[in-house]
Design a protein around this ligand. Structure first.
Ligand code: SF4
Length: 198
């Protein structure tokens, strides 16, 4: 069993197993303008501290972990109110294109639930670019997918070879690791080897 895996890598895995392998196992990270901008935008929540606003207590930069899922990491903001406990994840880009952010947020909620022995119904993803937040319900399906990602992360972390590129051109186009991963070239090479062997 690998050590505790940072929750943010659940996001990478939900996006693409190969991306998870590059970032977590090989510690490869390519900085482009979007990655740098995302980091800068996170700085406010990274300062930590507690705010009271309109009956809601906002705790910034909350560390959580799950012994069951072997996950650990920081939540940008946790809101406490009469309505319950709500995790909030800040993102640079637009909302709702893929569900990797949902899996990351759900992993945070599962850790919080384990730490506090509570049930958390939903969380929010706040988009800096759109200046709005999306409600994410922690449905049984999302919980189960997130738990399976945590288990898959443990297996991939012990693998000796990176998984093959995914066959989703739109995702690869939006992936900061594309210049390193070279998905089209790798796929072509693999097809060539298969054809030669056949
Ligand atoms: S370029 Fe595509 S296959 Fe490669 S890591 Fe990114 S999403 Fe995965």
């Amino acid at each position: 069993m690998e050590d505790y895996i940072p929750i943010s890598f659940i996001n990478a895995l939900a996006y693409c197993p190969r991306r998870f392998y590059y970032e977590y196992v090989q510690a490869e990270m390519l900085l482009n303008e979007y990655v740098v901008e995302g980091r800068l935008l996170h700085e406010h929540s990274d300062e930590g501290g507690t705010l009271w606003k309109d009956g809601v207590v906002q705790q910034r930069r909350v560390y959580v972990w799950s012994e069951r899922l072997r996950l650990a990491g920081l939540i940008d903001v946790v809101e406490w109110s009469d309505g319950g406990i709500v995790p909030v994840e800040y993102k640079r880009g637009a909302l709702g294109r893929w569900r990797n952010d949902h899996a990351q947020l759900c992993a945070q909620a599962l850790c919080l639930e384990e730490r506090l022995s509570v049930s958390i119904a939903h969380g929010y993803i706040f988009s800096f670019s759109q200046r709005r937040r999306e409600l994410v319900e922690f449905t049984p399906e999302l919980r189960s997918w997130t738990e399976s990602l945590a288990a898959e992360a443990q297996c991939l972390a012990l693998q000796k070879i990176a998984p093959p590129p995914i066959d989703q051109r739109a995702r690869c186009k939006a992936c900061s690791l594309e210049p390193l991963c070279l998905p089209d070239e790798v796929r072509r090479l693999q097809q060539g080897v298969t054809a030669y062997e056949g």
